[in-house]
Design a protein around this ligand. Structure first.
Ligand code: FAD
Ligand code: SF4
Length: 514
């Protein structure tokens, strides 16, 4: 007998672990482990998504005539021991894991509990475009690396939007056509959502009773939990929402938590959709004349470029990457990150969708929340843990490079060329948050000044030497250096006072925010 062990982030019927299965001699093992879930305090909706998707996937295999052993257990070890007692397999197949902690946990399991068993790791394609080994080889040396050459290599390697090794449309990236602010009142077609079926409702009950102290609300669960729903979400996105994806990719509006974003990461990251099919559908939509090139290319770059690049960096740099902290930041993350009750309107409107759905879009993650953490000097590890626990699409391999590398620059520039910091001015330009905020976006030193303003310059001041040699930050450093010493001192004082206020519980409010 052979066991084929399926994990919650590997739910794809095209994986070799499924395609090579033998109905006569193999048993599929699924483990809904409580200890793994309580290990970090995940958003309730994340638990519902994983447990429900696993249950649906197991059911699909049963319907195809396979033997399935689905176990709800305290730990993976308990489940394995009971499974082994029943099936006594001499071979276990596992799909290669990207997450470092899971790889270590499996090594431990093998040395303690499966010494006499043959454990074979199978390819993780199509969960990613590159296999684990190919991703490891895709980046040279110890960094720093850049996304652009990696993305060009991927476009050519997979022949996506490429003609005779040249990019369709003459440019590899149409990013400059995107990034437009959206005026208040701009409307977007609604993203498809899915009502919890019987299986999901059962899981919701379990999570409600057994994980009641975990963060997040369960009221608005909307995520695809099986292949059929994920495909419906993909098709609706390509058909209705991809055409406007690029234009407002960096915009933020109070009444539009989703805008034209795909809302597909939760499905792609657990295998319900393969990145290849998503990319090919977007490319086809362009070839059919249904979407403009800048929208298709902008979207494809996120998946073929950023997603694969981040994973390659993770594989290349772990386990040391987890503890990077170039700026030596150590302030605690404030409690309003868990309930969205902040009087900073941008923070409130970026965190509220996280509480409601385990989601917000990229620019809120990067330019509002990452920016807040960097400018207030929050511990990068606490910030990464928060992202890991609160998001529907979060896994170690995607969180660490995005948070520690892209958002916080805590790795000193291993994967991106500059810290993504901003004053209130940028947030005001890209959103409608500031007009109804208690803080004044144009003020710098006054009591009602937008906290990001003094903190931005304080960041430039604190890291002047490092930033001066960065060609993308040099201009800002020069602007700072031109200021009168008196001005600089006033900004330093204001920044110190803002940090002290944060420590004493300011920026938290019990009032309903706008
Ligand atoms: P869209 O904006 O519509 O993008 C399309 C797809 O591109 C996404 O579904 C995703 O698969 C991919 N993608 C885009 N950018 C990235 C990126 N930087 N890294 C990896 N994939 C990308 N993405 C996650 O999947 N899980 C995370 O936990 C996560 N944490 C993040 C934390 C921070 C601080 C930042 C700055 C980014 C993070 N991202 C993460 C990347 C990105 O923000 C999300 O993939 C995206 O917001 C998911 O929503 P969407 O499906 O609507 O994506
Ligand atoms: Fe955020 Fe500042 Fe704008 Fe308020 S004024 S919403 S704190 S950027």
């Amino acid at each position: 007998m052979a066991t084929r062990w399926i994990f919650g982030s590997q739910l794809n019927h095209q994986l070799p672990i499924i395609k090579e299965a033998d109905k006569e001699h193999d048993v599929f093992l699924f483990v809904e482990a409580q200890s793994r879930s309580t290990w970090q305090s995940y958003h309730k909706q994340k638990l519902v998504l994983i447990f429900s998707a696993m249950r649906h996937f197991a059911q699909e295999l049963e319907e195809k005539g396979y033997t399935v052993d689905y176990r709800e257990a305290e730990s993976f070890q308990d489940a394995w021991t009971a499974h082994h007692k029943t099936y006594n397999s001499d071979t276990v197949y596992i799909t290669t894991q990207t997450d470092y902690r899971m790889r270590v946990a499996l090594e431990k399991w093998q040395s303690r509990l499966a010494k006499d068993i043959t454990v074979t790791y199978l390819s993780d394609i199509p969960l990613f475009m590159l296999s684990y080994e190919e991703a490891l080889d895709a980046l040279d040396g110890d960094g720093p690396w850049m996304m652009d050459p990696f993305y060009r290599m991927m476009r050519k390697r997979f022949s996506i939007l490429v003609e005779d090794t040249k990019p369709v449309g003459g440019k590899w990236s149409f990013d400059s056509d995107n990034r437009k602010p959206a005026k208040k009142g701009t409307t977007f077609l609604e993203a498809r959502s899915f009502r919890p079926d019987e299986v999901t409702q059962e899981v919701i009950q379990k999570v409600t009773s057994e994980f009641s102290s975990n963060p997040g609300s369960l009221e608005n669960f909307r995520w695809p939990v099986n292949r059929k729903e994920a495909l419906a979400a993909l098709n609706q996105f390509i058909e209705d929402r991809l055409p406007t994806f690029g234009t407002y990719q960096d915009a933020m509006l109070m009444d539009e938590p989703f805008m034209s974003h795909a809302l597909l990461s939760s499905s792609i990251n657990i295998g319900l959709l393969s990145p290849k099919e998503v990319i090919e559908k977007a490319e086809q939509a362009y070839l059919d004349g249904h979407v403009p090139l800048h929208a298709a290319e902008g979207f494809i770059r996120q998946i073929l470029g950023w997603r694969e690049y981040m994973r390659a960096v993770y594989i290349r740099t772990m386990p040391d990457y987890r503890s990077v902290n170039t700026f030596g930041h150590s302030v605690d993350l404030p409690s309003f990150f868990w309930d969205a009750k902040s009087n900073m309107n941008c923070i409130h409107h970026s965190i509220q969708p996280v509480v409601d759905y385990g989601y917000n879009h990229h620019i809120q993650r990067l330019m509002v929340l990452g920016n807040f953490a960097n400018l207030f000097g929050i511990s990068p590890q606490q910030t990464a843990d928060w992202f890991n626990e609160l998001y529907i699409d979060a896994y170690d391999w995607v969180v660490l490079p995005n948070v520690l590398g892209m958002a916080l620059y805590a790795d000193g520039g291993l994967l991106s060329t500059k810290p993504y910091i901003a004053s209130g001015n940028y947030i005001n330009k890209m959103s409608d948050y500031c007009s109804s905020c208690v803080f004044h976006v144009k003020h710098q030193l006054e009591d009602d000044a937008c906290p990001f303003n003094a903190l931005y310059w304080n960041f430039v001041d604190r890291h002047e030497e490092r930033l001066a040699s960065n060609h993308r930050m040099g201009f800002m450093v020069k602007q700072w250096q031109k200021r009168e010493e008196e001005d600089k001192e006033a900004i330093r004082k204001k920044a110190a006072s803002l940090k002290a206020q944060l420590a004493s519980g300011a920026f938290h409010t019990d009032k309903n925010t706008s």
